[in-house]
Design a protein around this ligand. Structure first.
Ligand code: SF4
Length: 419
């Protein structure tokens, strides 16, 4: 198999991994330009300082000894298998970088051998890029669960980000759909990465020349809809991962079957609206100060289809509102639908020098169509009170695609306390 074929195959095999946020790209050179088209294998991701970078996204190998039911590369799948050599990947990365196709590399792999051996191969690619090629671009490496601690620590010295995919929200679902995977190994790797990252931060505070461990932190991917867990279970797990292991991002990936399997549901379309609601809730956890338990206070354990989780919370807490924009704290302002962190900061900054009017709020980027139901100015509500159904209808969020699906009761949460 020539290198081009290998690249097409191993880029296609990698496209199901959402832990490096991806959007397809087919950049071509213009007249007089150099290089060939890249029909697959380029995705976009965000660095620790918020820059968007394009990455060559490939697997080292799509051979895998595991048989995860949801995965296109599972051992029982009848697909062409291929593996890169380290030098092939280095030369592809450097070539694409020179041609300005990519600014970095996202490298994952099937578990084609012992986890230590697979991890060593991934590290070797990153090491050659950094040490021999002087490559300073972004590198995202997959952490292979079950590999040794020393290897994960070494990976973090070459990679900007490392991700260990948890894939399923409970140990019960892992045992059913990914029987060779171990929740304890996955969480153990995450814990180790979290510890290494915080040790490196502390060392760097004492000695600035200390090499940073995976400066863009760690991320993971959760598949949504392959197993019966509800949104409450998934949000609780995500919150625990952020809190306990310092993850930077949890990515949610709407499930679509790659092959019929009696253990898997057979949706006609991926649950994109559900995925979208989970991303919205994730945002509330990370930037708005919500606790996972606050997002599901009643009997509900799945997000509403018609409104987003923040509006749901607001409608469920009428006594909290109206929030007075002239007096409220930052945390209170963040609870108002239509007010984000930047808007809340602008309100705080501007009211110290003058009194606020609703026109000022609009100019600050506050979404008054939603916020006006929940805000007051110097004790005067921005809008006349209305029945909850009327407010709910006006808050309806029609933008995301797909349909929400009902979910049965959650199975037991993955055990986060292990050694
Ligand atoms: S370990 Fe499972 S999810 Fe990962 S490549 Fe192998 S079969 Fe796919």
């Amino acid at each position: 198999m020539d290198l081009g074929e290998k690249l097409a195959l191993l880029a296609a095999s990698a496209r199901y991994d959402a832990s490096c946020a991806s959007s397809g790209s087919a950049r071509v050179s213009g007249t007089g330009g150099i290089g060939a088209a890249v029909p697959a294998g380029v995705c976009h991701s965000w660095t620790g300082d918020g820059r968007c970078v394009s990455l060559l996204k490939v697997l080292y190998s799509n051979a895998c000894r595991n048989d995860c039911a949801y995965c296109v590369n599972r051992s029982s799948a009848d697909i062409r298998r291929a593996s890169f050599g380290a030098e092939e990947l280095v030369s592809l990365t450097v070539e694409f970088y020179r041609r300005n196709y990519v600014e970095g590399l996202f490298l994952s792999s099937g578990v084609f051998s012992d986890p230590d051996i697979v991890m060593e191969r991934l590290i070797e690619v990153a090491r050659i890029l950094r040490e021999r090629e002087g490559f300073a671009g972004y590198i995202h490496l997959k952490g292979i669960p079950g590999c040794g601690e020393a290897l994960l620590r070494k990976a973090g010295l070459f990679a900007d980000r490392i991700s260990v995919n948890i894939e399923l929200p409970t140990s019960r679902s892992l045992a059913l759909l990914a029987p060779q995977k171990s929740g304890a190994e996955i969480l153990g790797s995450m814990r180790l990465l979290g510890e290494a990252e915080s040790e490196s931060r502390e060392d760097a505070a004492r000695l600035r020349s200390t090499p940073r461990f995976a400066p863009a932190g760690q991320s993971t991917q959760l598949i949504v809809g392959a197993s019966p867990e509800d949104d409450r279970c998934i949000v609780n797990l995500a919150a625990a991962l952020y809190r306990r292991y310092g993850l930077r991002r949890v990515y949610y990936s709407a499930f679509m079957p790659v092959a019929p399997d009696p253990r898997l549901p057979s949706p006609t379309s991926p649950p994109l609206l559900r995925e979208h609601r989970l991303y919205q809730a994730d945002w509330l956890l990370r930037f708005y100060g919500y606790g996972a338990d606050e997002l599901f206070e009643g009997a509900e354990s799945s997000f509403a289809a018609d409104i987003d989780p923040k509006c749901s919370w607001a409608l469920g807490h009428p006594s909290f509102f109206p929030v007075d924009a002239c007096r409220a704290s930052y945390a209170e302002l963040l609870r108002v639908p239509g007010v984000g962190p930047a808007g809340a900061r602008r309100i705080l900054a501007s009211r110290s020098s003058r009194s606020l009017r609703s026109e000022d709020l609009r100019k600050m980027g506050i979404a008054l169509k939603r916020a006006s139901w929940f805000l007051s100015l110097d004790g005067s509500p921005l809008r006349e009170p209305a029945q909850p159904e009327v407010i709910r209808a006006s808050l309806a969020d029609h933008s995301p695609p797909g349909k929400a699906t009902g979910r049965p009761a959650p199975a037991g949460q993955l055990e986060l306390e292990f050694s």
